[in-house]
Each structure stands twice: as C-alpha cells, then as structure tokens.
Design a protein around this ligand. Structure first.
Ligand code: PMP
Length: 354
C-alpha cells in the first residue's frame, strides 16, 4: 500500500498523474517512442508546452490579461536573481519582506544588483509569524514576498497594496487557494510541490513590466527572451513540463483552484484542530498566520518522541519530520494529499494520547 506522503518537496503527486507519466516514458501519445527521447520541437511536445502554459493562466484566472506563463529551469533559487535582473532599475531599489530562509536567500541575491530595503522581518521569533503593518518605500521598483514559508509553516493571508510592482515566491502554495492573481506582477514557483516533479520552474509575469530596467540581461536570464521563444529558448525539461501539464489537468478536472481550496481548508482544519485540542502537541506558527500547506508542530513531552515516531511508521506516515532549523514535526498537505492521509495522522496523534 502506498504510504501517506507528507513530504515538504519534492512531494506527493496524484496517483493517476504518476500512472500516465510512467506510461508516457515507455510510449508517448501512441507514437511508439518515449516522451524523453523525442525532440522538444516535435509537434507532440510543442502541444504539451502550449497546453501546460495555457492551463497555468486558466487556473490562475489570468487568461487574456497580459500575462505570460513560462517553464524555466534553475528552481525558484534562480528566480531570486532573475527577479532583480529583470525588474530592478539600474541604480534602483527593491523592497523585501523577510519571512524565512527562502526570503533571506532572495534578499542576498537582490543585494548584488542594488539597494534593498527590508521592510520587516520575523527573524526575532525564528520566523513563526508574518510581520504586518510595514511600509513599502515609495521609490522601490518592486516589493518581494514569500506567500508560504515552507520551513516554518506560515502563510500570508493578504498582500500589501503599493505603487511598486508586486513579486511573489509562491513555491509552496501556488494553485492551492483562490487569490486575485492579477494583483501580482511576477509570480514564481519551483514545480516540485503543487505542480510536478523537480526540474521545472514556473514564472508568471505581466508582460508590460519587462524591459524597463536599463540593464543588459544575459539571454538565459531574460524573461522577454523566454517569452518570445515560448519557453523553448533552449531545451526545456520535457519530463517535468509534461508531468506538470498532467497535474494541472488533474487540478482543472478536480474543480480548479477553488475546488481544491475547499479540500485544503478541510485538511488544515482537521489537523490544526487536533494540534490545538490534544495536550501532547503544540503548534509552532502563530495561529493567524498558519499555513494550510505546511503544518509545523512539536510534542509537549519530548520523551514521547520514540513512541510517536513508531506509531507514525506503523501507520505508513512518511515525511513528517520537521526541518532542522525548526525541529519537531511538519506535515505538508499539498494539493494531491488526500483528506484520508491527514485523518491517518490525526488518528495516530489521538492514539498517542490514549
Ligand atoms: N522558495 C520556497 C518558498 C521554497 O519552499 C523553496 C524550496 N523548497 C525554494 C524557494 C527554493 O526552491 P528551489 O529548490 O526550486 O530552488
């Protein structure tokens, strides 16, 4: 029987997607060739890329609104520097919200390009909350934030309005909840949580914000070049794009972002209710900032660790160890994780309290 997969990323994908992906490895589209041994310029693969990009815009409700969806490589980590390269003016300034290790890494790269204002940070409490009430300097070219902090289990519930462009690292909660995605000028996300396997990075960008920095941008790092080549400036990660396309189609067939959001809310409510009512557990993140994707919690009595771990193992629960910088446990509940898996974890938590 398949384990209950709470891995933080790479992470669970729908079983039917894995099935179709494995079939395409052997025989893609009944062409008697593998998906990974045909040209990315073949009509069959070009159609995959087109469909994947269109599904992204459709699911985010950004069709015909002047946005492009790109499938690139280098992970979200490369976007930490592509963002300033493409959006920070020569001699310009950017504003960043520091909500964790990934934000800090983004800040480090941006500092290579110009002036960076850190508008607020939750580092003082090991990033267990989302700072609020900060001001974005009027002269910032863009404001950058991380919508979901995978390691600490915090999630932004709203996004500030300002005169600056709004840039968001949505690596760990893209496609998980309804938002007005048109408030963002640039969204990026590594594929390996809610979209597909590692190897592709999604970038969704408003076309009109590009080409205004005065910088010379190397071709591979220039969003406009990737847009003009339909994500085929160089050989794209064909397998990762194909599996992402299958996952996006699965999401559309499951009721889209609004449909999955209801299930995600139910999963999060089930687990957080147990964390709050079971005296043996305590949540790590501030309640109002809790993530619906990654729930972080600790045992109130550390001597129960071996027993809890053994119960988890016996119940087939996988991937719930916390990140080393937080400790305790982290249950990642991405889109493809069924409610039954969360129920299995909750049953084990109740069992420990018997
Ligand atoms: N941002 C966030 C929020 C993440 O969770 C991660 C990875 N888990 C990254 C950025 C880095 O992504 P990548 O490994 O694709 O570079």
């Amino acid at each position: 029987m398949k384990k209950h997969n709470f891995s933080a990323g790479p992470s669970i994908l729908p079983q039917e997607v894995l099935q179709k992906a494995s079939e395409a490895i052997l025989n893609f589209n009944d062409e008697n060739l593998s998906l990974i041994e045909i040209s990315h310029r073949s009509p069959a693969f070009v159609a995959v890329m087109e469909k994947a990009s269109n599904l992204v815009l459709e699911l985010l409700n950004l069709e015909n609104k002047g946005y492009s969806a790109l499938f690139l490589q280098g992970g979200a980590s490369l976007e930490f520097l592509m963002t300033p390269y493409n959006l920070m003016k020569e001699g310009g300034k950017a504003a960043y919200l520091d909500t964790g290790a990934w934000s800090s890494k983004a800040i480090k790269e941006a500092k290579l390009f110009g002036d960076v204002a850190i508008v607020a940070s939750s580092k003082d409490k090991n990033y267990n909350y989302i700072p609020k009430g900060f001001e974005i300097p009027a002269d910032a070219d863009y404001f950058h934030c991380t919508s979901n902090n995978t390691i600490y289990g915090t999630q932004m519930k709203s996004f500030p309005k300002s005169n600056s462009l709004l840039v968001c690292d949505m690596s760990s909660d893209i496609f998980s909840r309804s938002l007005d995605f048109s408030q963002f000028d640039l969204i990026y996300a590594g594929a390996q949580k809610n979209m597909g396997p590692a190897g592709a990075t999604l970038v969704v960008v408003k076309d009109e914000v590009l080409g205004k920095t005065g910088r010379k941008i190397p071709s591979m790092l220039d969003y406009q070049i990737h847009i003009s080549k339909d994500s085929m400036f160089n050989t794209p990660p064909v397998f990762a794009v194909y599996v992402s396309m299958l996952t996006l189609q699965w999401l559309k067939d499951s009721g889209g972002v609004a449909g999955i959001e209801k299930i995600n809310n139910a999963k999060a409510a089930l687990l957080y209710d147990e964390i709050d009512s079971n005296p043996l557990f305590k949540g790590v993140a501030e309640k109002e900032d809790r993530s619906n994707m990654n729930a972080t919690f600790v045992l109130t009595d550390e001597t129960l660790k071996d027993k809890f771990d053994a119960l988890c193992k016996a119940a087939g629960l996988s991937g719930i160890n916390g990140h080393r910088s937080v400790g305790g446990y982290r249950a990642s509940m991405y889109n493809a994780l069924p409610l039954e898996s969360v129920q299995a974890l909750v049953n084990v938590m109740k069992e420990l309290n018997k």
